[in-house]
Design a binder for this molecule. Structure first.
Ligand SMILES: [Fe+2]
Length: 309
């Protein structure tokens, strides 16, 4: 696999809290994921016009319609979408960004947005409040990395996420200011961040890793009949109990065999499955696991068991 990112991207992520990486995914990978989006969401076009619920000069608001087409896998589709969140290049970026030998995928969602489904404009916010019960660490490695992946061309008419580099937001406020619900403080924060706003607009196949302390906001879809296909993959160091979102077993009714039957042990480890050679694996746990996932190739786990014997 050719390198899909360089040290300059890791450095920018560490410094600014967010960085756009073009051509992260190959055109073939993008096409396969797009086909799965079309299968899962069952549509390719939005309305002729966007909706705009804001009054003149008002900042965007969160509203439930924005999240109506945000889905958690595994999905009834090919391995392309089911395994994209644990693509080896994403895992490699996460390991290097977090300086961790082992990482967990603690959130992974597919988000299809369509012109006219919602006013997707959001206020600036940080993501830490639903990724940890406390606050972001001052040390980025103790936090997490969310990698927003675009699988359709995303211009500013296609709801490109906007963000403020950490070096700029530091002049305005820390991430905790997003907790202040006082309407006047909220408006003042939005106004103060606005001059520093940058767009993550990028072609299909781009990745945008960002941190849980970075101010950002969704923007509206205005392109006629437009769609935006995105996947969010969030990684933390495997040993980090302070960060969480999905408990994967909570989603046990989803088609997990699609992942187990096709993922490598390293990819499964991102979901918390013990690696081959781990003490968890015994003759009995292997038998039981095979019963649960008949199509899962347990050879590497069996071989490690034999080696350890
Ligand atoms: Fe967010």
């Amino acid at each position: 696999m050719t390198e899909r990112f360089g040290p300059e991207h890791l450095e920018a992520w560490r410094r600014d809290g967010g960085v756009s990486i073009h051509d992260f995914f190959t055109p073939e990978e993008v096409a396969a994921v797009v086909a799965d989006f079309e299968l899962v969401f069952g549509r390719t076009e939005g309305a002729a016009e966007g909706v705009n619920k804001k009054k003149q000069g008002e900042v965007g608001k969160f509203n439930p319609a924005q999240f109506a087409t945000l889905e958690t896998g595994p999905f009834e589709c090919s391995t392309a979408l089911n395994l994209i969140g644990v693509h080896p290049a994403l895992v490699s970026f996460a390991k290097q960004a977090l300086r961790a030998d082992h990482v967990h995928l603690y959130q992974c969602q597919a988000w299809a947005k369509f012109t006219g489904d919602a006013d997707y404009d959001q206020p600036f916010h940080t993501d830490f409040s639903n990724h940890t019960l406390t606050v972001p660490s001052e040390d980025a490695h103790l936090n997490a990395v969310t990698i927003l992946c675009y699988f359709s061309d995303v211009t500013d008419a296609h709801g490109a996420m906007h963000y403020v580099a950490r070096t700029d937001s530091a002049k305005v406020a820390g991430p905790e200011a997003s907790l202040n619900k006082d309407p006047e403080a909220h408006r003042a924060l939005q106004e103060a961040l606005r001059p520093y706003e940058q767009s993550s607009a990028a072609p299909a196949g781009s990745a945008f890793p960002y941190s849980i302390d970075v101010y950002h906001r969704g923007t509206n879809m205005t392109a006629p009949r437009g769609h935006r296909y995105a996947v969010m993959a969030c990684f933390k160091a495997a040993s980090n109990d302070a960060i969480a979102f999905h408990a994967w077993a909570f989603h046990h009714t989803k088609p997990w065999a699609r992942i187990f039957d096709n993922a490598t042990p390293e990819q499964l480890a991102c979901f918390g499955v013990p690696l081959p050679g781990h003490a968890f694996w015994t003759e009995l746990t292997l038998q039981r696991a095979q019963l649960r996932y008949p199509g899962w190739d347990l050879t590497p786990y069996r071989e490690a068991l034999v080696l350890a014997a």
